[in-house]
Design a protein around this ligand. Structure first.
Ligand code: NAP
Length: 281
């Protein structure tokens, strides 16, 4: 059965909209997300537009700072430092990737952790590892919401996460561990990947390879969360999982598009409201 991320994300955004409306009715300040976009990467432009649209949908303020590709690291640092000090800004998001002359880690480290709505700052990463309350990366957080929506209890379940990136694989593994799953993190050096994946009650596919996981990798009745966003041989959007091949043997699967993807932006909105509420005390 499909897990309808589009529907679930709309539901979450509608709930957020009600909370933001409430703030407005009480005459309170409106939460604001600021996105910094350096250069003219087409995909990044689309992502940023979608973030602006989502802010408008839930009634939050958004500001996009668009900078030339040639912007120096120093200029970007100055802008972030000003945003850190700006009390009207609740969330700061630097759209990645940055041009190669700018050090991504250095920039992400500068963002005030309380405004780090992507959850990429080392302080938020450490909080996630320690099980403390912090801002959690949006895509992994969205996946937990999808599991909640199907009332899936991870306790004691075998979760196999394929992919160990800082933005998806590692954080989602930690979230599953927090929920008492037995977690395996697999990657490009893992031996006998099909056998490892076949152990999974929940298979999380996050490698960025079109239709890589067919039924040789899937245990009957498994839940599959497909994070991949790829183009197939016909240039159609597809996930890392061969949906047609596995759909009849799984219990639940997130389609691509319309599964994990829409949740990411809804969680960004939630993180912005969380950051606002914590800052407002
Ligand atoms: P990434 O940084 O490129 O990491 C890919 C991971 O997959 C690496 O850990 C790599 O292993 C592993 N891998 C690659 N080929 C493999 C193979 N053949 N077998 C086993 N492991 C393999 O990717 P990412 O940023 O995590 O993104 C993964 C996918 O999710 C992409 O398609 C991306 O577009 C998508 N994504 C979607 C969303 C969303 O909102 N839905 C958000 C973020 C990303 P090594 O570490 O050994 O190299």
């Amino acid at each position: 059965m499909n897990i309808d991320g589009k529907l679930i994300s709309t539901k979450r955004k509608d709930e957020l909209k009600m909370k933001v409306d409430q703030l407005k009715n009480e005459g309170k300040r409106i939460p604001q997300l600021t996105v910094i976009l350096v250069g003219d990467n087409q995909a990044s432009q689309t992502y940023v537009r979608n973030k602006e649209r989502a802010c408008t949908y839930v009634g939050m303020l958004s500001q996009v700072i668009r900078l030339e590709e040639s912007t120096s690291e120093g200029v970007l640092i100055d802008i972030i430092e000003k945003l850190n000090q700006d009390d009207t800004v609740d969330g700061i998001l630097v759209q990645l990737p940055l041009p190669s002359h700018i050090h991504e880690d250095k920039i992400l480290d500068l963002i005030d952790p309380a405004k780090d709505v992507d959850g990429f700052h080392p302080s938020n990463v450490a909080k996630l590892l320690l099980g403390q309350d912090g801002l959690v990366p949006c895509t992994p957080k969205g996946m937990m919401v999808l599991l909640d929506e199907i009332n899936y209890d991870l306790t004691g379940k075998e979760v196999v996460v394929v992919g160990r990136s800082n933005i998806v694989g590692k954080p989602v593994s930690l979230l599953c561990l927090q929920r008492n799953a037995t977690v395996t993190i697999a990657h490009s050096r893992t031996q006998d990947l099909p056998q490892v994946c076949k152990r999974a009650d929940v298979l999380i596919a996050a490698i960025g390879k079109a239709k890589f996981f067919n039924r040789d990798y899937v245990k009957e009745g498994a839940v599959i969360l497909d994070v991949g966003i790829n183009r197939d041989e016909n240039n159609k959007l597809c996930g890392d999982v061969d949906y047609e091949d596995v759909k009849d043997i799984v219990s639940y699967i997130t389609p691509v598009p319309g599964g994990v993807g829409p949740m990411t932006i809804a969680m960004l909105m939630e993180n912005t409201l969380d950051a606002y509420l914590k800052r407002e005390g």
